[in-house]
Design a binder for this molecule. Structure first.
Ligand SMILES: C[S@@+](CC[C@H](N)C(=O)[O-])C[C@H]1O[C@@H](n2cnc3c(N)ncnc32)[C@H](O)[C@@H]1O
Length: 551
C-alpha cells in the first residue's frame, strides 16, 4: 500500500513536469518551430508511454484514459510537425500510432490524409477524409474537407485510368497554379534494352498521343535566364541547389533513396539489375535488395554515386523533346530528377515526348507504339545532322549506335553528301542543297525510312526553303511538296513542334484556317506533339501558341 502511494506521488510530480513539457511543445508548434517542437513532443511521448506502462497497477481507468488521450494528441501533433518538414514516412508512423489509441481521432485523420496525398496514395487519403467528415468536429470545416475528398477522388481516378484533361487550365491562359496531377504508370515495364542497360517497354499498343506515364519530380530547381543563356556561375548555383534538394529528399525518405539507387551511374549498365516497375507505384514498399543483390536496410548513397546518378539521369525542361505548359516566364528553365523516366533511353528516331506541367513530367507516345517496343525520347535534336548529333551526344557520354546513325554514318562517307554538308556550313544556297540531296537519294535508290532520316538531318535547309518565297519560286517545282516531306519526317521522328508549326503556317498561307480536313490533320499532329491532354477547343489554343512562339 505504502509503495503504491509513493508511486502515485512520483507520478504526480512527473505529471506536473509532463504538463510543462506539453505546453512547451504546443507553443513551439504554434510558433512553427517544427524541429524544436518535434524534440519536445518526443520527450513528452516517452514520458507518457512510460507512465502508461508503470501506472497500470495503481492508476484508475480515468487517469489511464487521460494519459492515452494526451499520448494520442502528442503523436498527432508530432506527425503534423514532421509532415511540415516533409518527413512523411515518420509522420505517417506517428499517425498510425495515434489511430491505434483512437481510430477516429479527427486531427490525426486529417493529418494522415494530407500526408498520404503527399505520398500519392490517393485512395488511402480519401478514406481518411471520409472518416473525418463523419466527425461532429467536421461541421465547421466540411467545405474544406469536401474539397479534399473531391481532390482525392479526382487524383485516384487519374492515377488508375490516365485520363488527363488540362483543357480548362489551357483555355484560361494557364491562370493560377499549375494543376495538381497524379502519378500514373501506363502499360509499360522495365526490361533489358538493346540500346544500353535497361529501358522502358510498352506492354500494350499505345496510340500516338497516348499517355505513357505521369510522375512528379523528386526535386526541381529553376532559374531565370539572364540573357539567352544561363551564365556559368548561375548554372553552378542552380546545380548546387538542385543537388542539395535531392540530398535532403534522400535523407528524409528511405523509399526514394532506395529507388534512386536503382538508377544508372553510366558505368557498366549492362550488368545492372532490372527493377520491377511495381516498385515505382506509390505506396509500394521495397524489398531491401541493393543493386548487387546484397540485402540492406536502407541503401546509403555515397555523395559521388549520387552525383553520377544525377549527371546521367537529370532532365532539363528546355530539351528538344519537351514542352513546358504554363511557363509564366519564357526566360526561366528548370532541371529535375524524375524516377521512372530515368529508364528511358535516347533514340535518334524516338517514339515519345515529354510535357512539363509544374513539377510533373508527362510522357506520351509521339507516334504509334506497338506492344513490346522500347519507348525512347530524343536527348538531342533529331532534326540535326549526324555530325551535330554526335557532337551533342558527347555531352551525354553516349555513343549512339541506332539504325539511323548507322545508316547515316555509311552514307555520309559519300563525297556528294560531304559536299552538301560542307556546302551548307559555308552558306550554299539551301534550295540547291535540298534539290541535290533529293536527286542523290533518287540516284542511290534511298527510300522509305532512310530517305526520311536524311530529310530529318537536313531539316533546317528544307524548312528554310519552304518558308522563303524567293527559294520556293526558284526551287518549289523541283523539290517534293512540303507536306510530303513533313509527313515522311514525322513518320520517323514522331510529332515535333517545328513540323507542326510549318504545317500551320502553310495552312494560314492557304487561306486562313485551312479546311476541315486540314484542321483535323493539324489536331492529330498536335496530339503527337503535346499528347492527348486537352480537348479539341483547348488544343486549338495550343496550336495558336505554337504558331506564335518558337522558331
Ligand atoms: C537516363 S539513363 C537511361 C537508362 C539506362 N539505360 C539504364 O539502364 O538505367 C541514360 C544512360 O543510358 C545510356 N543510353 C541511353 N540512350 C543511349 C543510346 N542511344 N546509346 C547508348 N547509350 C545510351 C547512357 O549510358 C546514358 O548515360
Amino acid at each position: 500500500m505504502i509503495v503504491d502511494e509513493k508511486k502515485a506521488t512520483i507520478a504526480m510530480a512527473e505529471e506536473g513536469y509532463m504538463q510543462q513539457l506539453r505546453s512547451k511543445a504546443t507553443e513551439l508548434l504554434l510558433r512553427e518551430e517544427w524541429k524544436e517542437s518535434i524534440e519536445a513532443y518526443s520527450n513528452f511521448i516517452t514520458l507518457c508511454e512510460n507512465q502508461i506502462v508503470h501506472s497500470q497497477d495503481y492508476a484508475d481507468s480515468d487517469q489511464l484514459q487521460r494519459l492515452r488521450k494526451s499520448l494520442c494528441l502528442a503523436l498527432s501533433n508530432r506527425a503534423e510537425a514532421r509532415s511540415r518538414l516533409k518527413e512523411f514516412h515518420s509522420a505517417l508512423e506517428d499517425c498510425d500510432l495515434a489511430l491505434v489509441i483512437d481510430e477516429t481521432h479527427f486531427k490525426t485523420l486529417i493529418c494522415k490524409g494530407k500526408i498520404l496525398l503527399n505520398l500519392n496514395m490517393y485512395y488511402a487519403a480519401l478514406e481518411c477524409f471520409r472518416v473525418a467528415l463523419r466527425d461532429p468536429q467536421a461541421n465547421g470545416n466540411s467545405e474544406n474537407l469536401n474539397g479534399y475528398v473531391e481532390k482525392c477522388k479526382k487524383l485516384d481516378f487519374l492515377s488508375r485510368t490516365g485520363s488527363l484533361d488540362l483543357s480548362d487550365w489551357v483555355s484560361n491562359g494557364f491562370r493560377g497554379k499549375s494543376p495538381e496531377l497524379a502519378e500514373f504508370i501506363g502499360s509499360v515495364e522495365i526490361m533489358k534494352s538493346e540500346i544500353s542497360g535497361r529501358g522502358l517497354f510498352a506492354t500494350k499498343n499505345i496510340d500516338a498521343g497516348g499517355l505513357v506515364l505521369i510522375t512528379k519530380a523528386i526535386a526541381m530547381e529553376r532559374s531565370v535566364l539572364g540573357g539567352k543563356d544561363l551564365s556559368e556561375e548561375a548554372q553552378l548555383v542552380m546545380w548546387k541547389n538542385f543537388i542539395d534538394k535531392v540530398t535532403d529528399f534522400v535523407r528524409k525518405c528511405h523509399r526514394t533513396s532506395n529507388l534512386i539507387c536503382q538508377l544508372s551511374t553510366g558505368e557498366d549498365e549492362d550488368s545492372l539489375e532490372v527493377p520491377d516497375i511495381a516498385l515505382f507505384k506509390p505506396g509500394t514498399e521495397l524489398k531491401n535488395k541493393s543493386k548487387n543483390n546484397q540485402p540492406s536496410e536502407t541503401e546509403e548513397i555515397d555523395k559521388g554515386e549520387l552525383l553520377a546518378i544525377l549527371d546521367v539521369n537529370s532532365l532539363t525542361e528546355d530539351s528538344v523533346s519537351a514542352n513546358v505548359l504554363g511557363k509564366k516566364n519564357n526566360e526561366y528553365y528548370g532541371v529535375g530528377l524524375w524516377l521512372l523516366p530515368s529508364f528511358i533511353n535516347h533514340s535518334c528516331y524516338p517514339n515519345a515526348r515529354r510535357l512539363h506541367v509544374g513539377d510533373y513530367l508527362i510522357v506520351h507516345a509521339s507516334k504509334d507504339i506497338k506492344a513490346g517496343e522500347e519507348i525512347t525520347f530524343a536527348y538531342l535534336d533529331p532534326l540535326s545532322t549526324l555530325h551535330k548529333r554526335k557532337e551533342m551526344s558527347m555531352t551525354w557520354g553516349i555513343q549512339c549506335r541506332c539504325k539511323r546513325c548507322k545508316f547515316e554514318s555509311e552514307i555520309m562517307c559519300k563525297q556528294e553528301m560531304r559536299e552538301i554538308e560542307i556546302g551548307l556550313e559555308r552558306g550554299m544556297d539551301v534550295g540547291s542543297a535540298v534539290y541535290k540531296l533529293e536527286e542523290e537519294m533518287k540516284r542511290w535508290k534511298v527510300r522509305g525510312k532512310e530517305k526520311a532520316y536524311l530529310r530529318a538531318s537536313f531539316w533546317s535547309a528544307y524548312s528554310e526553303v519552304y518558308r522563303t518565297e524567293r527559294f520556293m519560286k526558284r526551287w518549289g517545282r523541283r523539290i517534293p511538296a512540303m507536306e510530303a516531306v513533313v509527313y515522311s519526317v514525322i513518320d520517323v521522328i514522331g510529332g515535333d513542334e517545328r513540323l507542326l508549326k510549318i504545317q500551320l503556317e502553310e495552312m494560314k498561307k492557304n487561306g486562313g484556317g485551312g479546311g476541315l480536313v486540314e484542321m483535323e490533320k493539324a489536331l492529330k499532329l498536335a496530339r503527337e506533339v503535346y499528347g492527348k491532354v486537352v480537348k479539341k477547343q483547348a488544343m486549338r489554343t495550343l496550336l495558336e501558341l505554337c504558331v506564335a512562339t518558337g522558331e
